[in-house]
Ligand binder design. Structure first.
Ligand code: ADP
Ligand code: 5GP
Length: 189
């Protein structure tokens, strides 16, 4: 693969990855979003092939067996998420790829691609703010909300393993900082 450029946003659920990813794509239209495979059900408004490839567990296991995923993770019990090889194979200097993936997947992609990947950890102002954002988003029931907050503790402890940390307190400030970091990565020789 000739000089891929991979930008990764990683964080606990609810920290603001999706929001920041959209801002990045508006500012940098050449950035292609890597659509992941998942076994979680779609939320209202989410589209197959746009937000995720929504698959059954059997279909997901087939992708693993066929070597079609460059990384995957059971992020929550029974909920698998994985990055498709073909999404990453499009990455080049002219068409960098943007990944929104969990911390473990992000570390695996960094291990594999080294300096060709740049991973930003999006940090919520506090665990309380994270819980409030997840509740306000209105996408989770009590069980999935609890699962997401339980995992967030482990995820927050991994912040210093990434190339940069952006605290998503004020959205405008965090979006500007993220854009500055990504631009300087993409401009590297
Ligand atoms: P993630 O993709 O990391 O799960 P989202 O981008 O869906 O997170 O953000 C979670 C919720 O928090 C959304 O409802 C979003 O509108 C809101 N949000 C994102 N950034 C901020 C911010 N800086 N301040 C307040 N709310 C925010
Ligand atoms: P959600 O269900 O809120 O869309 O995503 C839950 C978590 O799974 C988020 O942290 C998100 O970044 C992560 N995720 C999404 N796609 C992938 C993927 O392809 N691989 C991994 N490891 N995590 C992913």
């Amino acid at each position: 693969m000739p000089e891929p450029r991979i930008v990764i946003l990683t964080a606990p659920s609810g920290a603001g990855k999706t929001t920041l990813a959209r801002r990045l794509q508006e500012a940098l239209p050449q950035l292609c979003f890597s659509v992941s495979a998942t076994t979680r059900p779609p939320r209202p408004g989410e589209r197959h092939g746009v937000d995720y490839y929504f698959l059954s567990e059997d279909e997901f296991r087939r992708l693993i067996e066929q070597g079609e995923l460059i990384e995957y993770e059971e992020v929550y019990p029974g909920r698998f998420y994985g990055t498709l090889r073909r999404e990453i194979e499009q990455a080049s200097r002219d068409h960098p790829v943007l990944l929104d993936i969990d911390v473990k997947g992000a570390l695996r992609v960094k291990e594999r691609f080294g300096d060709e990947a740049f991973a930003i950890f999006v940090q919520p102002p506090s665990l309380e703010a994270l819980a409030e954002r997840l509740r306000n988003r209105g996408t989770e029931d009590d069980t999935t909300l609890r699962q997401r907050l339980e995992r967030a503790r482990m995820e927050l402890a991994m912040a210093d393993r990434f190339d940069a940390v952006v605290v998503n307190d004020d959205l405008e400030r965090a979006a500007a900082e993220t854009l500055r970091l990504v631009r300087s990565f993409l401009e590297r020789p």
